[in-house]
Design a protein around this ligand. Structure first.
Ligand code: HEM
Length: 398
């Protein structure tokens, strides 16, 4: 979804940067209001859904998974979610938590979101096995998987996003400190997206392969958006009402191989133009793909193995998900290739009507497969948003 991914604050910052007014950011009043907009934007902690799902993509992201410590059970987990919720609420409104590290001093909330989820293993450890949703059944194994179990799954998962790197790191430290003796870090990953203000107008994000990525996303204005992305009330798992299931995949991009591919072949891999994301069958970014159109050679213009053909909802019985990823770059490996790619995070009301059928088909014949490797995986139940006075997950844990 172009509007969703591009960021409400897109385009800000430019006028302040050009005006040379260096007081605006510090004072928050007078001067150019543009520069302060990135910092002063706050996302609501309370609501029907947790923040960080339909929130516009932020420029920084941290994903962190925890396992409950030996001996910690439901009581400790409830106390932890209460601490985390209080911290998230304070930080998201720009307030410092108790015993603050000072990392984000001077900065506004910068669109910070902190989103909490439960993994499959959480339910056995807390004596809540009978309330574990079937949606958390393990994802099937895919033939191209090269998953590292130490960087996969986890009892608890937290997604942090912010439009400032220090604000995001500050929240990460606070979440880790709050875990105390109750939970231990299992894995942690860092990601990024384009900064608000870097493009002249809000645009769909690009990934590290240079593709416009996010165009086909369901949009909150679609009549079936809620049904596809959020768990309805009255479905048997009331604590998940308004919640969503997050599939997380660390997908390495084999960028050296990809970049050797000529532009026309790169475009055939996806079925869209690299310059503006428009389908190879013509039009602009938002024009529908014409999957039946044949070229002068009698072959489909959008090849049979093109990523956007295989993943299109109409090819998958309507299966759809909201993709909300971060790019990652963890340095250059000993062989000289970048350890870079996509922290693919997608949201759906049911993974069996979202990620699973699509990934099954991609696994069998996606032209992109030669250039990517799925290295880690997680599936998390992300409960609905807390009401005023409630903590995240309270309806499950009390
Ligand atoms: C579409 C890139 C992995 C599902 C796209 C598009 C690009 C892209 C460039 C076209 C623009 C758009 O609609 O957003 C990538 C890259 C991946 C990756 C670089 C890995 C590094 C995945 C995975 C899934 C997936 C793992 C799910 C299993 C989809 C879907 C669409 C899409 C559902 C939209 C199709 C439509 O609505 O027509 N992807 N993708 N992608 N991708 Fe991926």
């Amino acid at each position: 979804a172009a509007g969703l991914v591009a960021g409400a604050a897109g385009g800000v910052g430019i006028s302040a940067a050009l005006s040379g007014d260096d007081t605006a950011a510090g004072t928050g009043s007078g001067g150019s209001p543009a520069l302060t907009t990135v910092g002063s934007t706050a996302v609501m902690f309370h609501g029907k859904h947790q923040a960080g799902i339909t929130t516009p993509l932020q420029s920084r992201g941290h994903l962190i998974a925890f396992d409950l410590a030996p001996g910690a059970g439901r009581k400790e987990a409830a106390a932890l979610l209460r601490r985390w919720s209080a911290t998230a609420k304070a930080l998201m409104s720009g307030k410092a938590p108790a015993e603050d590290t000072g990392i984000a001093l001077d900065a506004g909330p910068s669109s910070l979101t902190v989103t909490f989820g439960f993994g499959r293993t959480f339910f056995d450890r807390t004596g809540l096995t009978s309330r574990r949703p079937a949606e958390l059944d393990p994802l099937p194994a895919f033939s191209a998987d090269a998953l590292d179990p130490r960087r996969s799954e986890g009892d608890l998962w937290v997604q942090i996003g912010a439009d400032d790197a220090l604000v995001a790191f500050h929240a990460l430290r606070a979440v880790q400190k709050d875990a105390g003796d109750a939970a231990r870090v299992r894995w942690q990953m860092n990601g990024f997206n384009r900064s608000a203000g870097a493009t002249a107008k809000p645009m769909t994000a690009r990934n590290l392969m240079g593709q416009v990525d996010g165009t086909g996303n369901p949009k909150p204005t679609d009549p079936d958006f809620d049904r596809r992305i959020f768990v309805p009330a009255g479905g048997g798992q009331e604590w998940m009402a308004g919640g969503s299931y997050a599939v997380v995949r660390r997908i390495r991009m084999l960028l050296d191989d990809w970049e050797k591919l000529p532009l026309d072949r790169q475009e055939k891999v996806i079925g869209r133009r690299k310059s503006d994301g428009a389908p190879l069958t013509g039009g602009s970014e938002t024009t529908e793909l014409d999957l039946d159109k044949l070229g002068p050679d009698g072959k489909p213009v959008i090849p049979d193995n093109a990523h956007s053909r295989i993943s299109a909802p109409e090819q998958n019985g309507g299966a759809a998900m909201l993709r909300r990823p971060f790019s990652f770059h963890d340095g250059i490996g000993p062989d000289g290739t970048p350890d870079a790619g996509l922290l693919f995070v997608c949201w759906q009301a049911d993974p069996l009507r979202g990620f699973v059928p699509v990934q099954r088909k991609l696994d069998r014949g996606d032209a992109l497969s030669a250039f990517i490797r799925h290295e880690a995986s997680g599936l998390f139940a992300v409960p609905g948003g807390p009401t005023e006075g409630e903590y995240v997950g309270q309806r499950l844990l009390e």
